[in-house]
Design a protein around this ligand. Structure first.
Ligand SMILES: [Zn+2]
Length: 206
């Protein structure tokens, strides 16, 4: 069985990516913990990894990463015209770490749930093509090195939710809110996107 590293954030997209590949690959889940600020996401990621019966769930602490808004308010980064949720260098750091585990575990794929609603410069097709070229050149396994695979890059949340229903993803285990409250805040971009997808697919709130 081929092996895959799956980035699990705890949200709908990564859960659906995980379910789309868990029957055909030996899975190593990879999640990133931002200090104590994403407890709900981490709880969801752990539950999903367990439910998907992954071979191993690797959790990496990246508490040094801060969002644009926070960096700007601390005077550490000048004003740039991007969402407050943008984190400088985030995906390059994540895929670098994923490439490390892919190489030592012998995985062929690095799977991520990025989609058309991720409007960041490091979430574009051009970026993923470039990162794959860099990983291929930089891997000790050469052309056999792992490739980043983005099954949902051309899809929106509604299309992903339809796939999630078909694959019977346990949506109740997912967490799509960007805040860390006792229940979803209902007003962040994560909550709004999830609510729209639920409405458009005619599904009930998980
Ligand atoms: Zn929210």
């Amino acid at each position: 069985m081929q092996k895959a590293i799956v980035l699990i954030s705890g949200g709908l997209d990564s859960a659906t990516a995980l379910w789309s590949i868990k029957e055909t690959h030996e899975i190593y889940g990879l999640s990133f913990k931002y200090g104590t600020t994403n407890k709900n996401e981490m709880r969801a990621a752990r539950r999903l990894a367990k439910a998907a019966d992954v071979k191993e769930h690797i959790v990496i602490e990246v508490g040094f990463l801060k969002e644009l808004g926070e960096l700007q308010s601390e005077g550490k980064l000048e004003k740039i015209n991007l969402s407050d949720c943008y984190i400088p260098g985030r995906n390059t750091i994540f895929f670098g770490i994923a490439a490390y585990f892919a190489e030592i575990k012998g995985a062929e794929l690095i799977v991520t749930g990025h989609n058309s609603e991720d409007n960041f410069p490091d979430s574009s097709r051009e970026y993923f093509d470039a990162i794959n070229k860099a990983l291929s050149i930089g891997s000790g396994r050469g052309k056999r090195g792992a490739k980043v695979t983005t099954p949902f890059l051309e899809m929106d949340k509604t299309q992903i939710l339809r796939i999630a229903h078909r694959l019977k993803v346990p949506l109740r285990m997912t967490w799509s809110c960007h805040k860390d409250g006792s229940s979803p805040c209902g007003i962040c971009t994560g909550c709004i996107a999830m609510r729209r997808a639920l409405r458009e697919t005619g599904a009930e709130t998980p």
